[in-house]
Write a protein that binds this ligand. Sequence first.
Ligand code: SF4
Length: 485
Amino acid sequence: MLTTHPFDDDKLHEECGVFGVSGTPSAAALVALGLHALQHRGQEAVGITSYDGDNFHTHRAMGHVAGNFDRDEVIRALTGEVATGHVRYATTGDTALRNVQPLYAELQSGGFAIAHNGNLSNAARLRRELVRRGSIFQSTSDTEVIIHLVATSNYRTLLDRLIDALKQVEGAYSLVVMTPEGMIACRDPLGIRPLVMGRLDDAVIFASETVALDVCGATFERAVDPGELIIVQGTEIRSIRPFAPMAARPCIFEWVYFSRPDSIVDEQSIYTVRKEIGAQLAAESSVDADLVIPVPDSGVPAAIGYAQASGIPFELGIIRSHYVGRTFIQPGDKVRHLGVKLKHNANRALIKGKRVILVDDSIVRGTTSLKIVQMMREAGAAEVHLRVASPPTAHSCFYGVDTPERAGLLAAKHDLCGMTDFIHADSLAFVSIDGLYKALGEAKRADVRPKYCDACFTGDYPTTLTDQDESAEVDQFAMLAERVN
Ligand code: SF4
């Protein structure tokens, strides 16, 4: 089987997108539309839960929004003026339907549906404690830990129970929660994953990205602040900030790759920042060449920025087919190796005899970069230089992004020379961490706490990593025990 985007297989994958609406009879239809715009944040599964004042209704399925939520009967069954939805790419938990969100539970206070973007870095520890105290888990998702913490909290009101639960978790969470008392949106105190609020007439909307507001015809109101809970009950909206204030550390990779280029994050256009990163890259690592070629699609804005700053012409040297379905069953072993060309093919007439600069947004394992460089050489390129619009990804992410173990990351195994050899390029360069911050209008200073989470480049994680630390301890103990034996 070939996935839709062979070039995207070797990327960090954002794990989820969330979307919630309160205050319109077409809530579920709007959620479906919003999730469609967030499809790039998770393509494995999708779900919508609605509330009609008496009952909760849920439809969850594997696959894309289109194909699952484009049938009238599915949307019509999701009645009510409040609805929330989720697109997913598994970070923790397996790919079974039981892990597809929104997760739902009947608590003492009534129904409780939750959609979560992010990942809890102490979920395994909390889960063990909850199971010891008698909790019975229905899924393997880290999000279910929040439900059990709410269910077992000693506080009286549902809101206080939720706050109590959130004070026990660590890591990244942007949540949309639905209860009979209303909708609650919240973002972890560091604001690692994005969450914005918008309006469509009298309806209030929460979404992972502004692009989802655009497609619904909603207006952007503001970002949900790190550490803020916004409670919507009918027409009443309240904001509370129950956590100790701390400096935010939003994920810098949202600007590099995750968010759609037509989204605005923290008042900055993703597209403009990506072009600026390309310009920084050109300033830091120029090379004589004939063409600047983007690796489609995510490398396009940075390649435009690189070309404009360097004066080297921008050309489409790799053409993407838009007619390859979600998966394609390979007709036989003989043609299996041709799979990558089904989706992307070199523009041979343009490339032959030229010195080309390929611009990509990131390198994870390096396997795709190797294929693309090879593709350029087979098309007759005289020289192939790869420029990458992010620093080397040398550390795993534990905040809701699918990353290989550290040992699988190209930059964790090789220095620049080794990476260049691995991908068979004539030269390879990454934008520096300073250059990346500069593109965001910031300065990275060693003596000041960074403004963003940049841990996958620097290893400087903004939270404790309880589960990681504990599993490292277990491994160490097992190694010692093995030596003693
Ligand atoms: Fe984003 Fe990297 Fe931090 Fe994960 S580790 S939240 S991908 S910057």
